[in-house]
Every structure is written in structure tokens, then in C-alpha cells.
Ligand binder design. Structure first.
Ligand code: DGT
Ligand code: CA
Ligand code: CA
Ligand code: ZN
Length: 589
């Protein structure tokens, strides 16, 4: 049996969680979490290590965890996990996601109140039982309650990367089956929304193939439950609890159906209205003439063979799926045949990456080599600054040491003719007053500075704006990192007037990054129109803590497109030389 790196990581993380709840030795538990993280960011296939019996070659995997992995590969079981599962009820694992509720208190509530389900916990918070427990109190109960409500609200959605990982194998599994004449992902995933409710897949096929296609779909290995099956639509639930809808339409209906099921609903409403104004009716089955009473005349279909054709009938040019949000795209494509949106191939270098100097998993050289392998021309290394002690922030001495190392590696690259350069950057904390984290004489030595807020995210809007204003206007700030600090589906971002920040940044030759980590995707695409209006520069930054993290750039590209950024406003689509000029322009001014 072949297993995946992620699967192993999940099991190890489960052990970590259960150990916390069982009150076991903290350091022993953390070892499992570390191992899980390591395996998640491993570039090689874990099966190679299993076969060669060389798991302990992986940094952070000791004999004991190595044996656990071997045992899982052989038997599908890990002894310590099985015994933990017997002792800890499944329901309370979910409680670990409640922010403000740690494992000790979970164990306390579970033992003293004899409850183990989320619903029961909610009740116990409402009726005062939790507040009555030693060391908890009314305030804690309220906090737990609001956190549960938050979780419930978001459980229905998942992140873009999670949906992509589900849609990809489904799509590949279906695309070559008999009868499939056209296939595409539709819905919010095709629109590259940062979070996804359900995955929508659309197929164009003749009627005689529908049964077989649906049979195959509901039999897919990811499926754990069939939610519904009809003549034209089937819905399933995957093992991660996500819903996938498959719709099958006649091949000739495919473009209209794809347009309809791509949405957004708001975009569709505008299109239907435009159709009516032109004596037409647009629906999921196609484009038709209206009869005298203004009803759809299904006997009078209008000819089309693509989405482009349909848009043309509505006096519009083809609208990129990412832009279909009723966010100004209609006006734009009434006049513009197309617009330049940044693409993966435009990205020439990587900005915002961490090494083992702070909280990254790989050395500077390893990160640089990973960038070279991926065809990039430079790496802007940005470890954490001194205030971020929890993340191994760099002292002045460590910075100097890092600069030396970078100079050495760059020297080597120059000598052996490698067209690659490491830029000396830093992710400086924005202190609570808006100052950066080092004296000017140190800041001056960097090629560029990303300034990010990592603490006090919930300051009042006024205070936060003053903080950001100070940071943006500082001469050494080149890029603002993850502006709101949000974690999608987990934590709201800071309360900010983004319009003002965007104006200010553009005015002061400061970029605001699009943090490409799929947990962040911050700057939010909804600010794209404002950014375009004032000519804000951005950078699509992976915030990579591992080699694999670099690949998050593609999610950032999707969001940048959605925010209407062309490559001309993306810093890391410049060459290293152009980029350095851009960075120097501010400090010179
Ligand atoms: P999601 O799944 O919540 O992330 O968002 P969507 O946009 O994927 O929504 P979903 O899955 O409910 O439906 C897919 C598309 O189908 C949606 O974007 C537009 C179209 N659609 C569905 N229901 C309606 C409707 O009642 N009216 C209109 N105009 N379009 C609809
Ligand atoms: Ca959907
Ligand atoms: Ca759907
Ligand atoms: Zn950061």
C-alpha cells in the first residue's frame, strides 16, 4: 500500500492533539507535531524513505516516530494512536479548534461535566455549567461560546487550496472518460475565490453516457457519502467533509451552462438583465429570443459555441472568470477587448521567504536552490526581526552573519555563472507605534524591507491606522506584509481603512504585498479597484517557510488576477536589477 506524505502528517498531528488532551508530556507531544510539519514540507516521497528504511535520515524524525511510520505503512495502524483513540472521545478533538480553550481546560470540562460533543459544550456554556468550573468563569464561557459560533459559521467553507486539491483529482479522473466532450470546474473555484463553499464540476456529454459518468463519479475514492443523485446532477461528500456537485449537460449547452454555473450569482443577474434589454433570454440552457410577452422562446435559440460568443451577443468582450463578481467588470469589458492580468510565467523572483535563521525549515542555500529549480531569478530573503522572539527573530549580530553568508553564496553564483541572486531583506515587525524594528543604520544595509504587524492586531482602528501610517511613510519600508493579518476561516484581520492605506502606500512609493499563503491571501482582492485607481504596486509573496511554501505563489497569482493586477504592478515580475532600482527610489527621494 502506498501512502502519501500528507496522510502520515495527519496521523502524526492527530497523535499530537490526542496527547495534549490526554495530558501527556508536552515535549513528547510536540515531537509529533514537529514531525508532522517536517513531513508536510518534505519534497521527497515518504515511501522512498519507508522502502529504504531511512526515515531517521529526515531531520526531526527519531527512532520511535520512524517506527510508528513504518508500522503505519505496513499495517495502517500506529499503536500509540490506537490506544489514544480508545481513551479520548472523538468529539473533543474538535474542541482544540476553539480559540481560547486549551487542552488542560478541555480535559477539565470533559471530565467534570461528562460531555464530549460540541453541541453539549455549547449548552454547558449557555447554562452556566462551564462558568461554574474552577478557573473558568463567566468570561471564559462567553469566549468559548462566541468562538464556537464562529467555527460553525465557517465550517461550511474551505480554503482555495483545499478545494483545489479536491477538484484536481476529480477533474482528472473524469476528463478522459467515455462520452466527455467538454469538462470544466465552475463555481467559486473557477472564479478563484479565497474560500469555497462547494466544488462544482460541469460536463458536456450525450445522454447515453450520463449514467456511467455519474456511476464513476460517486465511486471515486474520495467519496464517503452520496448526497443526491438525479438525471443531470449528483452531489457527493468527500472524506474531508467537502461537497462536490457534478452536473452533466448536452454538449451544445455546455458554454451557456458553464457561464451560468461559474456565476457569480451577482454577475449572472447583470448578464440576464443585459440579455433582456437586447430582446434575449439567457439561462443555464442557452441563449434564446424573447417572445412578445417577454417569455423565453425555447424554439428560437441563438447560435453560440463558446462563452466568448455569448458575451458578444450581450455586447461584451470575454470576461475572465476571476473577475465575474459584479465588481466593475461589466463596464470594463464593454470597452476593453482584454486587459493584462498577471500570470504565473510573469513571476521572475521570490520575495518574502524565511530560512533557518528565523522560523524557516531550510537554510539560505537550500531555499535559493529551490528557487533556482523552479526557474526563478532571485530570492528576497526576509527572516523575522528581533522583536519576533517567538519566531527566532534576528539580532543585529545574526543579521551581519546572514549578510556575510548571502554575500558568499552570491559570489559563488557569480563565479559559476548561475543567473541568480539572493537579496538581503527582512520582515521587520511594525512596532506598536509604527516604528520598524532596527536602527536606521541597520535598516540601510538591507536591499529591501517588508514591514508587517505580528502583535496587537486587535488595536482600535484609529490606533492601527496611525501605526500603519507611520510604517508606510518610513523611508526604509518597501513593502507592507499581510496588511490585515487575517487567517482565513480562523481569525478576522485588523480593523483598517484599506482605501486610505492603499492611497497612502501608492503616494509613498510603498507596495502592499498579496500574501500568497492560502491561509492569508491578504491583500484581499476586493480592494483591487482602489489599488488600480491609484496605481498601487504589489508583490505576490509566498511567505515561504519551506521549499514547498514557494509554490503558494500560484494562489497569490490567482488572487492578484482577481484584484485586476497586471504584471506591470507586480514587483516580482521585474528583473532583479529593475527591482533594486525600484527599492532604491524611495530611500533616495
Ligand atoms: P460557493 O459554492 O458558496 O463558494 O459559491 P458558488 O458561486 O460556487 O455558488 P454555488 O455552488 O451555490 O453555485 C454555483 C453557481 O451557480 C453560482 O456561482 C451561480 C449559479 N447559481 C446557482 N444558483 C443560482 C441562482 O439562484 N441564481 C443565479 N443567478 N445563479 C445561480
Ligand atoms: Ca460552489
Ligand atoms: Ca454548488
Ligand atoms: Zn509575517
Amino acid at each position: 500500500m502506498s501512502i502519501t506524505n500528507n496522510e502520515i502528517a495527519e496521523r502524526l498531528r492527530e497523535i499530537y492533539q490526542l496527547m495534549q488532551l490526554a495530558g501527556e508530556n508536552r515535549f513528547r507531544a510536540i515531537a509529533f507535531d514537529r514531525a508532522a510539519q517536517t513531513i508536510e514540507s518534505l519534497n521527497d516521497d515518504i515511501n522512498d524513505y519507508i522502502e529504504n528504511d531511512s526515515l531517521t535520515d529526515i531531520k526531526g524524525i527519531g527512532d520511535s516516530i520512524g517506527e510508528d511510520i513504518q508500522s503505519y505503512a505496513k499495517t495502517g495502524k500506529i499503536e500509540v494512536l490506537e490506544s489514544l483513540r480508545e481513551r479520548i472521545p472523538e468529539g473533543i478533538i474538535q474542541w482544540l479548534d476553539i480559540s481560547g480553550l486549551g487542552p488542560k481546560n478541555i480535559a477539565k470540562i470533559h471530565k467534570q461535566l461528562g460531555i464530549s460533543e460540541l453541541d453539549e459544550l455549547k449548552e454547558a456554556c449557555e447554562d452556566g455549567r462551564v462558568a461554574g468550573l474552577d478557573g473558568l468563569g463567566e468570561k471564559s464561557a462567553q469566549k468559548i461560546l462566541s468562538s464556537i459560533e464562529w467555527m460553525e459559521q465557517f465550517d461550511e467553507r474551505c480554503r482555495l487550496d483545499e478545494a483545489t486539491e479536491i477538484a484536481k483529482p476529480m477533474y482528472n479522473f473524469l476528463k478522459d472518460r467515455i462520452g466527455v466532450e467538454a469538462i470544466d470546474v465552475a463555481g467559486s473555484l473557477r472564479r478563484s475565490k479565497e474560500t469555497i463553499g462547494d466544488v462544482d464540476i460541469l460536463i458536456g456529454a450525450d445522454e447515453q453516457h450520463i449514467e456511467d459518468l455519474f456511476d464513476a463519479f460517486v465511486d471515486h475514492e474520495l467519496v464517503v457519502e452520496v448526497l443526491g443523485r438525479g438525471d443531470t446532477k449528483s452531489s457527493i461528500r468527500t472524506k474531508d467533509g467537502r461537497q462536490v456537485d457534478l452536473r452533466i449537460v448536452k454538449p451544445e449547452q455546455f458554454p451557456a451552462a458553464l457561464m451560468y454555473f461559474t456565476g457569480s450569482k451577482e454577475h449572472n443577474v447583470v448578464l440576464r438583465q443585459r440579455a433582456r434589454e437586447r430582446g434575449l433570454s439567457l439561462n443555464e440552457y442557452g441563449l434564446f429570443e424573447l417572445d412578445e410577452e417577454g417569455n423565453t422562446n425555447f424554439d428560437m435559440p441563438i447560435d453560440y459555441s463558446s462563452e466568448t460568443d455569448i458575451y458578444k451577443h450581450l455586447d461584451l468582450h470575454f470576461i475572465f472568470p476571476e473577475l465575474r463578481e459584479d465588481h466593475g467588470e461589466i463596464e470594463l469589458f464593454e470597452t476593453h477587448e482584454s486587459i493584462d492580468l498577471v500570470e504565473n510565467d510573469d513571476i521572475r523572483g521570490v520575495l518574502h521567504a524565511h530560512s533557518t535563521y528565523s522560523d524557516g525549515k531550510f537554510s539560505i542555500r537550500e531555499m535559493a536552490e529551490a528557487c533556482i529549480e523552479r526557474g526563478y531569478e532571485y530570492l528576497g530573503l526576509t527572516d523575522h526581526s528581533q522583536t519576533a522572539a517567538y519566531a527566532g527573530g534576528l539580532s543585529v549580530d545574526e543579521i551581519k552573519q546572514q549578510w556575510k553568508e548571502i554575500d558568499q553564496i552570491n559570489e559563488e553564483f557569480a563565479q559559476n555563472g548561475t543567473n541568480f541572486r539572493i537579496l538581503k531583506g527582512i520582515e521587520s515587525d511594525i512596532l506598536s507605534d509604527g516604528n520598524l524594528d532596527y536602527e536606521d543604520e541597520i535598516l540601510e544595509g538591507f536591499d529591501f524591507v517588508i514591514a508587517s504587524v505580528h502583535n496587537g492586531l486587535d488595536m482600535s482602528r484609529d490606533k492601527m491606522m496611525t501605526r500603519f501610517r507611520n510604517a508606510i511613510t518610513k523611508p526604509y519600508t518597501d513593502i507592507i506584509g499581510h496588511p490585515t493579518g487575517r487567517l482565513l476561516l480562523q481569525r478576522d484581520g485588523s480593523d483598517l481603512d484599506m482605501n486610505e492605506l492603499i492611497e497612502l502606500a501608492a503616494e509613498h512609493h510603498t507596495a502592499i504585498e498579496i500574501n500568497a499563503n492560502p491561509r492569508r491571501l491578504d491583500l484581499d482582492w476586493r480592494h483591487g479597484n482602489k489599488a488600480q485607481e491609484v496605481g498601487l504596486m504589489s508583490a505576490i509573496n509566498p511567505d515561504a517557510h519551506s521549499k514547498k511554501g514557494i509554490d503558494h505563489i500560484s494562489y497569490g497569482v490567482r488572487i492578484a488576477r482577481k484584484a485586476k493586477f497586471g504584471s506591470d504592478r507586480i514587483l516580482n515580475s521585474k528583473s532583479a536589477t529593475e527591482l533594486m532600482e525600484w527599492f532604491q527610489a524611495k530611500t533616495k527621494a
